[in-house]
Design a protein around this ligand. Sequence first.
Ligand code: GRG
Length: 309
Amino acid sequence: MVQANKKSKEPQQPTVFDLQNYLKQQKGVVEQALDRSIAIAKPEKIYEAMRYSLLAGGKRLRPILCLATCQLTGGTVEMAMPTACALEMIHTMSLIHDDLPAMDNDDFRRGKPTNHKVYGDDIAILAGDGLLAYAFEYVATQTKNVAPENILRVVACLGRTVGAAGLVGGQVLDLESEGKSDITAETLSFIHTHKTGALLEASVVSGAILANASAEDIDKLSQYAQNIGLAFQIIDDILDITATDEQLGKTAGKDLSAQKATYPSLWGLEKSRLKARELVDNAIAQVADYGAAAEPLRAVAKYIVTRDR
Ligand code: GRG
């Protein structure tokens, strides 16, 4: 009788997805690509200001999501990297403008003085504009091995996401709502689906478009993204109350001092946490059909509600 291999009799342990390691590794890959994406040219000051904020750290969640959905739907990291960098350029420019005295007036971001504190308001506005324009140029000129019509779809998706139908619209309503005590759940949801959710959704969807994913896949991934987008903002509101300046890399407690309506102000901390967990469960349910291949997306969704920064 053949002696059975002792090893094969051992029960198979399900592989546990190592989220911390995955995030660290993907962040490293993205940061190398970002560093290569913008070289210093003349006039040096504007390139330095753009690089200052772009390379200041951050979680790099938007590029990580874009790379993950591109791979999930059959594409490669190389196909998605220019768009992943563009998403981070757009996100960074929105932070630079959001921090300006005319908007949220913040002195710290990502643990460093804000762009306008270092370079002045004028250069900070232009650094944001420079990053925004370059994001589109970068997708258009650097995307390789993707059908031109899919590159065009990504450019259109990004344009809609940053404009009045997305970030800009959300920011306007946010500014108009400051100091008002009668903000409804509908208004709050409008602000956040536009200001925060739209770019997270574009990150998830653009990765799938680049991989030429089916309409059905794109629809499921959009649903996933909408759920994590809202959960992300709820946790952001909670952290503004519960976390320290050091944890956040910016001034905590700003929502209260600026009299902003937030989910905790509307529902309280406990209900807000519960709602964020429900949204993450919904997001995870949307990617159930992909099996183990969607483990990065499931893990990122869980991270969104457990993060402390
Ligand atoms: C887009 C043309 C254009 C203008 C900008 C200022 C503005 C209009 C919109 C504000 C957008 C904004 C700042 C939304 C907040 C999103 C948010 C929750 C940011 C924090 O994201 P994290 O936690 O940050 O991912 P890190 O630093 O980790 O990247």
